[in-house]
Design a protein. Structure first.
Length: 204
C-alpha cells in the first residue's frame, strides 16, 4: 500500500464513508425495485424501493461533494487532477439538483433520468481519473487506484452491453433483454460507491 504523507482530512474522509455506504444501499434498493416492481413489463408494480433509492442517491452525491474537493486539494499539484476535480464537482452537484427536482415533482422522471445518468457516468470517469492521479502522485493506495481504473475499463463494456440489450428489445420485442444488458452496468454502478467507501476507509 502506498504511503500517504498528505492524508485526506478527517471531514471529507467521513463524508466518503457516508457517500459510499449510502450509495451501496441505494444500489441494493434499485436492484430490489427491478426484481419486485418489474418496470419493464406491461403491468409494472409499485414499490417504496424506487422513491427510497431516489432519496439515497441525492444523499450519496451530496456527501460526495466534499470528497471531490478534498481529493482535489490533496492533488492540487497535478494539472490533470485539477481539471478532473472540476468535472467531479459539476457532476456531483448536477446529480443533487436533478434528484431534488425529481423528488419535489418539478421534473418528471422521463426528463430527469438521462441527464442524471450522464452526470453519474461523469462522476465515475472522475473516480478513474483521480485514481490515476493518485497513482502518479502516490497519494492513494493501490487498492483504491485499481478499483478506480476498473470502473473506467468497465464503463464502455457496460454501455455496449446495455446498447445490445436495448437493441434486442426494440427489434425482437424481448422485454427483458434490456434489463439483462444492464447487468454489467449495475456492477460498474455498484463499484463507484464501493470505491468512495474505500477512499474513506484508507489508513492515514
Amino acid at each position: 500500500m502506498t504511503t500517504d504523507p498528505h492524508p485526506l482530512p478527517a471531514s471529507p474522509r467521513r463524508q466518503a464513508v457516508v457517500s459510499g455506504v449510502t450509495g451501496l444501499v441505494a444500489d441494493a434498493f434499485l436492484v430490489l425495485f427491478y426484481v419486485v416492481a418489474r418496470p419493464w413489463t406491461d403491468d409494472p408494480g409499485d414499490s417504496w424501493l424506487g422513491p427510497a433509492n431516489d432519496v439515497l442517491v441525492l444523499l450519496q452525491y451530496l456527501a460526495l461533494v466534499p470528497v471531490v474537493r478534498g481529493l482535489g486539494r490533496l492533488m492540487a499539484g497535478d494539472a490533470r487532477a485539477r481539471g478532473w476535480t472540476r468535472v467531479g464537482l459539476v457532476a456531483a452537484v448536477l446529480v443533487v439538483v436533478l434528484q431534488a427536482l425529481l423528488l419535489t415533482g418539478l421534473m418528471p422522471f422521463e426528463y430527469q433520468v438521462v441527464p442524471v445518468s450522464l452526470s453519474a457516468v461523469a462522476g465515475m470517469c472522475w473516480a478513474g481519473a483521480i485514481s490515476a492521479a493518485g497513482a502518479r502522485t502516490g497519494t492513494l493506495p493501490a487498492a483504491v487506484t485499481r478499483l478506480g481504473r476498473a470502473i473506467v475499463i468497465g464503463l464502455p463494456v457496460a454501455v455496449g452491453a446495455f446498447g445490445a440489450g436495448f437493441l434486442v428489445t426494440a427489434v425482437f420485442d424481448v422485454s427483458w433483454a434490456w434489463a439483462a444488458g444492464g447487468i454489467p452496468g449495475a456492477v460498474v454502478w455498484t463499484m463507484f460507491p464501493a470505491w468512495t467507501l474505500l477512499v474513506g476507509l484508507r489508513p492515514r
